[in-house]
Ligand binder design. Sequence first.
Ligand code: ZN
Length: 239
Amino acid sequence: MDSHTLKEQIELLIDLQEKEIEANRIQSELEKIPGRIEEMQASLEAIESRLEERKAELEASKKAYRAYEGDSQTQQARIQKRQSQLRSVKTNTEYRSILKEIEDIKSAISDIEDGMLQCLDDIEAAEQQIAELNGEYRQEQSSISEKQKELEAYADEQRGAYERLMAEREEIVSHIDSDMMKKYNFVKSQTAGMKAIVAAREGICMGCNMNIPPQLYNELHRGDELKYCPHCHRMLYVL
Ligand SMILES: [Zn+2]
């Protein structure tokens, strides 16, 4: 392999690496999309669960109100019964005792009515909150479906860009010697997603920022043999 060919091969590897980095970036962007959609769905579900809580409270208040209504009717019936008893009493003591009982029942009814008013307040508040949450839910739903459409369009665009990069990558690979490709892939497999081929500038490896021995740096400049950084073992080039 003469120096011209090595230089060409290295340029192809640099180009290949750029495409791969860009393709990886796009892939990780694409991988984030389902999570972003899930996050949006979760915010909708949070509103939904608040809505369910309010609805349960509303039902509880309505049920309590109906129970008070039943109690109130029972107590009214008791008063009527006592009042008819009053007409047939024989003694003052008995009369006063029934009057006292009627007063007690009336006081109980007054408590029941307070409870009923409280229930009506609670029902009104819950209904208002439900209406507000329904509005919030619809708003969030339409905003989510809009954002989801935007994300899907973005994903399509990114997938297209990815496909183009992959095609370009294939084209570049077809011009790289298989031996060179093997070396590149090996270094890449050792660098965990980092660059496999890096520049050397002013005696320093741009991959690990360590000094390259002067002897090696000179050989690198001659460009007749592929060189590796002695520290991080990446492929080196000088332009
Ligand atoms: Zn290095």
